[in-house]
Design a protein around this ligand. Structure first.
Ligand SMILES: *[C@@H]1O[C@H](CO)[C@@H](O)[C@H](O)[C@H]1NC(C)=O
Ligand SMILES: *[C@@H]1O[C@H](CO)[C@@H](O)[C@H](O)[C@H]1NC(C)=O
Ligand SMILES: *[C@@H]1O[C@H](CO)[C@@H](O)[C@H](O)[C@H]1NC(C)=O
Ligand SMILES: *[C@@H]1O[C@H](CO)[C@@H](O)[C@H](O)[C@H]1NC(C)=O
Length: 219
């Protein structure tokens, strides 16, 4: 029954190469969340799934259903992809969360209202609108905020929104436009409500007023 030792060694070696490649390519599973008919599926995928291909995602990824009202504030340190159809569920999933690398794909032909989504610590954003294929996916580097920036390390990610230094406001209406993504950043913002007095909208955003921010608008 016992296999010859040489065989085992070979297997271990092959495994080593496989694991090595796995890490070299940085192919950690990524999180894919999709919403459809009021259900939310939270998946862990080892492969890239074509946008809005729900059945393929269900087949290829390891997914579980999340009840919309059971969504808790959380943070995502790796890639996060969200396929969404309207802003309400997306807001519940993402508003005031900490995400570094985000891809948003609109999987419907809905026209989205001008409504802002607040995200903390966003470094890279990709957006895609399925209905506008073959309009290419767009990508934006929000800030490269060197990883030495301790304010963004997972430790402070865990502390939640109240410690957020890099705040990004994403205008949902950008998904309606054919133009390229635009962004501008303002540094050393002491208080969002006081710095943008004409923008009464921000009075409703729960921001602590005793720290300074780098605020980026993407529209
Ligand atoms: C989705 O699953 C990941 C773990 O795979 C977890 O960290 C995250 O909080 C979940 N998100 C939601 C909205 O359930
Ligand atoms: C990674 O994704 C695959 C499906 O693509 C799944 O079977 C596996 O459980 C996932 N691993 C983790 C650690 O979530
Ligand atoms: C995010 O929360 C703010 C403040 O409550 C709200 O005004 C805004 O509409 C929300 N955005 C989305 C996309 O739900
Ligand atoms: C801001 O104020 C809150 C409570 O009012 C406090 O817990 C927090 O440490 C303060 N942050 C800074 C950066 O001073």
């Amino acid at each position: 029954m016992a296999r010859p030792p040489g065989h085992c060694l070979l297997l271990i070696c092959a495994l080593g190469i496989f694991v090595g490649n796995h890490f070299a390519a940085g192919q950690r599973n990524s999180t894919l969340i999709f919403t459809r008919e009021n259900t939310i599926r939270n998946c862990s995928c080892s492969a890239d799934i074509r946008d809005c291909d729900y059945s393929l995602a269900n087949l290829m990824c390891s997914c579980k259903t999340v009840l919309p009202f059971a969504v808790e504030q959380t943070s995502y340190s790796g890639h996060l992809t969200i396929w969404f159809t309207d802003t309400s569920v997306l807001g519940r999933l993402l508003n005031f969360t900490l995400v570094q690398d985000l891809k948003l794909s609109l999987c419907s032909t809905n026209t989205l209202p001008t409504e802002y989504l607040a995200i903390c610590g966003l470094k890279r954003l990709r957006v895609n609108t399925e209905a506008k294929q073959p309009f290419p996916e767009q990508s934006l580097l929000v800030h490269s905020g060197a990883d030495s920036d301790s304010k963004l390390q997972p430790m402070s990610l865990g502390k939640g929104w109240q410690t957020c230094m890099y705040v990004t406001f994403l205008d949902m209406a950008l998904f309606n436009r054919d133009s390229s993504l635009r962004a501008y950043s303002i540094e050393n913002v002491a208080s969002i409500a006081n710095n943008f007095p004409d923008f009464s909208y921000f009075k409703t955003f729960p921001m602590p007023s005793n720290q300074s921010y780098v605020v980026t608008f993407i529209y």
